[in-house]
Design a protein around this ligand. Sequence first.
Ligand SMILES: NC(=O)C1=CN([C@@H]2O[C@H](COP(=O)(O)OP(=O)(O)OC[C@H]3O[C@@H](n4cnc5c(N)ncnc54)[C@H](OP(=O)(O)O)[C@@H]3O)[C@@H](O)[C@H]2O)C=CC1
Ligand SMILES: O=C(CO)COP(=O)(O)O
Ligand SMILES: [Zn+2]
Length: 345
Amino acid sequence: MQLPRNVIAGPGALESVGPICRSMRLKGRALIVTGRNTKGIAGDAVAESLSKNGYDADFLIVESATMENVEKAKRAARDTNAEFLLGVGGGKAIDIAKLASSQLDMYFISVPTAASHDGIASSRASIIQGGKSVSNQAEAPLCVIADTGIIMKSPYRLLAAGCGDIISNYTAVLDWRLAARLRNVYISEYSVALSEMTARMVLDYAHDIKPGLEESVRLVVKALISSSVAMSIAGSSAPASGSEHKFAHMLDQIAPKPALHGEQCGVGTIMMMYLHGGDWQRIRDALKTIGAPTTAKDLGIEDKYIVEALIKAHTIRPERYTILGDKDLPHEAAVNIARTTKVIE
Ligand SMILES: NC(=O)C1=CN([C@@H]2O[C@H](COP(=O)(O)OP(=O)(O)OC[C@H]3O[C@@H](n4cnc5c(N)ncnc54)[C@H](OP(=O)(O)O)[C@@H]3O)[C@@H](O)[C@H]2O)C=CC1
Ligand SMILES: O=C(CO)COP(=O)(O)O
Ligand SMILES: [Zn+2]
């Protein structure tokens, strides 16, 4: 079980990046992997904090979480003689820096600028390989430094997406239990308990998650970290990623303009909860209360892609058995699932 050594979350936490690197006795240059928007939002301030503490840093700007970009990050780290990496931004920059640093056997620091995904503290990295999303084993970050002041200023849509990524733990765990019964896969009850408790926190406090509230940011950041820890305890993403994630990853592959990861996972959770015979209306109501998408229209994705993603979702990570089984869904069944749950009209 691999967990971060230090987790710092609070307003102004970004200033502590340099001092923390010192206290961790990190040596040498740093490579900051960041995004086009997030460089100015936090990347430059991270470089400044490092500089004040005697560290030089270079930047690599990335757009998509592909294996090509992981290789690019590894090359950049070698070319600049970096000795540790920081991922500053959304889930994509963090996953690229996480996998590149693991493969280079270097330390990695996770600096999320949004509460949009639960990979901020996990030992997993979701990377597109050969056109498909692959969940890679990586090292957990040495530290997580989440500046809630920056996250607070990020678009509320990102925070609502993070809630979708957490709520998806409900169906992920149902799928994991099903796979344990049908396929005899290993299941960790400790990880299950943490994963479900995290999803329950967001469901129970959905009314308190609102734009402009510091408490909302704190609650969601804590939940994302504990969901990350559930994955690290399991040694896989199973407690946080099941059929609803297969659906979301398939949409990323086929929709001309996919929505945010957590938004697609939230909508997937409504439909997969229906398939599991659970209270899908409660999932839908909570997402609505939070202000996260619950329909194809909200996602900005045409109905036909929702249906196609349902039919083909089982082909993502075929080794992970879920309620979707291992065959294409009949077209009519997929339409029925999406219509019954009001995802499409
Ligand atoms: N490893 C794991 O365990 C997990 C991995 N994931 C992965 O994470 C990814 C999803 O993460 P997500 O964050 O949604 O996607 P992105 O990293 O694409 O971020 C979404 C957008 O938000 C922008 N952004 C981030 N922070 C701010 C801010 N403070 N203000 C304004 N804009 C901001 C980014 O800008 P910019 O252009 O700068 O990037 C980007 O355009 C997926 O690839 C998913 O598979 C998800 C869950 C778990
Ligand atoms: O997104 C994740 C959990 O929220 C990671 O899971 P996968 O990449 O394995 O689907
Ligand atoms: Zn996810």
